[in-house]
Design a protein around this ligand. Sequence first.
Ligand code: ZN
Length: 245
Amino acid sequence: MQIRILGTGSGLPELGKHLSSVHVNCRGKQYLLDCGEGSIYQLLRYGVDVNDLDAVVITHFHPDHVAGVFMLVQMLYLQGRSKDLSIFIPERTEEFEGLFSMFYTFPERLCFRLTILPMAELNSKFPDLQAWPNDHLLGYSDVIQKHKYPNQMKAFSIQVHDDKYDFAYSSDIGSTDSIAPMFEGVHTLLVDAGHPAPEQIYKLQNSKLKRILLTHGVSPVLLRELVKQENALYEEAIEGIIYNL
Ligand SMILES: [Zn+2]
C-alpha cells in the first residue's frame, strides 16, 4: 500500500499547508480520503491521474474535509472521465446529491456515473475500506437540538486493509479513546494531533501501532516532545512524500 498525504493543515488555513486529503493506492484501487479545498491542486502537483480514482470518502462535513469535492467532480467532467466514481459521505445523502445540481454539475449531464453513497455501504462496496464512527462532532449537540437542525453529528475514521499491514486515518477526533477499537492490526496511523488533549496522543504509545504520523495542527511543543522520544514511534506527517506500508 502507498499513502500520500496531500494536506496536513487544520481547519484554520495556514500558508504552506494544504487542507485535509490523503491519497491511498492499495491492491489495485485508488482512494481519496477527504477532499479539502484545493485538493485538486495537490493531486495535479503529484501527478495523480484522477481518472484512476475509484472512490472518495468524506469523513465528516467540515469544509476543510469536503469543500474540494465539488471542484474534483467539475474537473473530472471537463476531463471527460468515463469510469464510475463513488463518493461516500457521513450523513444526508440526498441533500448532498442535490448540491451537484445546485452547482450546475448535474449528475445526468456528467460523462461518468457519479454515485453518492452513505458510509454504511463503504465496506460492502470496497471491502478493503472500513469506517469507524468517532466523537469529533458530538460537541454540537446543544446547538443542533436547540435549533432543530437536521445534522446527525456523524464523523468517521477510516481503516484501509492490505495483505501485510493496515493503515488508519483518524481524520478529526475529540479523543483517541473514541477510535481505539480500530487499532487492531494497524501498522501506521495518521492521527489528528490538534484536537485531542496531549495525553490522548501520548497514550497511543501503549497501543501496538508501529508508526504514528501527526497531522492537523499539532502544536510545536507537543511535536518536539513526541518526536524526541527514543522509540521514534511518532513522526510529523509530511505532505507529498509517499509512505510505503
Ligand atoms: Zn478538520
